[in-house]
Design a protein around this ligand. Structure first.
Ligand SMILES: Cc1cc2nc3c(=O)[nH]c(=O)nc-3n(C[C@H](O)[C@H](O)[C@H](O)COP(=O)(O)OP(=O)(O)OC[C@H]3O[C@@H](n4cnc5c(N)ncnc54)[C@H](O)[C@@H]3O)c2cc1C
Length: 404
């Protein structure tokens, strides 16, 4: 019998478990993860960037949690001796038409209280000598880290607070038993007073298992990366981003210096035919059929047909991917990049074809469901976890309230 069960051992589930353990030291907590290790999906396959929060609408959860989260992530790394670097990043305009969007980003950065400076091309080149651009922005607080290491530390802390950690345990059904809920898994049943769903790519399905309709469906978008060969790493000093398409939640392929010294290029954003489909050929009939029969998908596809086709071309053609990279660094050649890992983003989509822009946290009776936690949720994880832990005492049916 548990007070709280957290489904999902990615960065959001583990940070939530940690925040709950700190807030309710006497609560019996269990984290249930279906894979053999933490951070196996989105968290372990991301770009490793501590985002500053420049892109997000002022007042949104993303803007607030990212700005505060980037600070708390750096403090957490300092406190626990996890390698990180606040190296800053540049966003560069390569075409005249992008200048108004770059200007808007600058204004947004200021509105979000970030340290950001406009740079003429010559000054961008002082930071990134190989870049081609007509103007740029420097964002000072962007950093890099290995989120797998961060997750391992979160898990250690959860355990040290008395939380139970269960790997290789998949939640298959959720049923009510009086005021409690019973999670049926491949490793037996777990009875709990409260459920927190942090199941990432399966968060909508887990919500439905708990009879909560998130009013959105997860659509998986694969992000594929190339890596610069070691001899060409000198082409990138920090992080180099293009001006993003403001209608799209993805940032465009960019160069990222990783904390291990390698340089990754990507990710693109291509519809995946399987929720955890890391290869181009991965296919799952249920996942595919669900997307293809969802009215929201076709409305989205009609609106963004051109971008969708370009992404597919860029996924299958190294030349097309290279072409996007050469807009930022013209001297990159095909032989300088080799394919590396891919990640799959869990992006929630509404029935009307609108991509859910902000983090989406849905409350049920005796449950909370994190139904949209795409980028920058890794950066924001400590703040998301704290916010969920704060929301728990408001639940009328939670017994741990009385035990605190
Ligand atoms: C390509 C890519 C690049 C990104 N880059 C960045 C970046 O640089 N910076 C940043 O801040 N963010 C980035 N993000 C976003 C960030 O990685 C995610 O927002 C974050 O990892 C979400 O964490 P999560 O815990 O919600 O999901 P996940 O990490 O996917 O964890 C969910 C977990 O739930 C488990 N699960 C699912 N169903 C069940 C079940 N039924 N029973 C038990 N367990 C279950 C899964 O196995 C999984 O481990 C990126 C994402 C991608 C895909």
């Amino acid at each position: 019998m548990y007070d709280l069960a957290i489904i999902g051992g990615g960065i959001v589930g583990l940070s939530t478990a940690m925040a709950i353990g700190q807030r309710f030291p006497k609560a019996r907590i269990v984290v249930i993860e279906k894979e053999s290790n933490w951070a196996y999906h989105q968290t372990g396959n991301n770009s490793g960037v501590i985002h500053s929060g420049i892109y997000y609408k002022p007042g949104s959860f993303k803007a607030k949690f990212c700005r505060d989260g980037s600070r708390s992530m750096v403090e957490f790394c300092q406190q626990h001796d996890i390698a990180y670097e606040v190296c800053g990043k540049v966003i560069v305009a390569t075409e005249k038409e992008q200048l108004p969007i770059l200007e808007n980003l600058y204004t947004r950065g200021l509105e979000n209280n970030l340290k950001v400076t406009k740079l003429p091309c010559e000054q961008v080149k002082e930071i990134e000598p190989h870049v081609s651009c007509i103007a740029g922005l420097k964002v000072f607080t962007t950093g890099i880290v290995d989120y797998k290491q961060v997750c391992q530390k979160y898990a250690d802390i959860v355990q040290s607070l008395g939380g139970e950690l269960r790997l290789n345990t998949k939640v298959e059904k959720i049923r009510s038993l009086g005021e409690n809920q019973v999670l049926e898994t491949n490793q037996g049943v777990f009875e709990t007073r409260f459920v927190i769903n942090c199941a990432g790519l399966y968060s909508d399905r887990v919500a439905l298992l708990a009879r909560v309709d998130p009013q959105a469906k997860i659509v998986p978008f694969r992000g594929e990366y190339y890596e610069l060969t070691p001899e060409k790493r000198y082409l990138v000093n920090t992080l180099i981003y293009p001006v993003p398409n403001p209608d799209f939640p993805f940032l465009g392929v960019h160069f990222t210096k990783m904390i291990d010294g390698s340089v990754h290029a990507g990710p693109n954003a291509v519809l995946s035919f399987k929720r955890e489909g890391y290869k181009k050929t991965d296919f799952d009939l249920r996942d595919f059929t669900e997307v293809m029969t969802y009215p929201g998908f076709w409305k989205l596809a009609a609106k963004h047909a051109d971008e969708g086709i370009q992404e597919i071309v860029r996924s299958f053609s190294k030349a097309a991917f290279l072409h996007s990279l050469q807009k930022l660094i013209p001297e990159v050649r095909a032989e300088d990049i080799v394919p590396t890992h891919a990640g799959v983003r869990a992006q929630a989509l509404r029935n009307d074809g609108a991509l859910v822009d902000d983090f989406l946290i849905v409350q049920g009776k005796n449950s909370i469901h994190v139904c949209n936690a795409p980028s920058p949720a890794a950066t924001s994880s400590l703040e998301i976890g704290k916010a969920i832990a704060q929301a728990i005492p408001e639940q009328q049916h939670l017994q741990v309230k009385a035990r605190v």
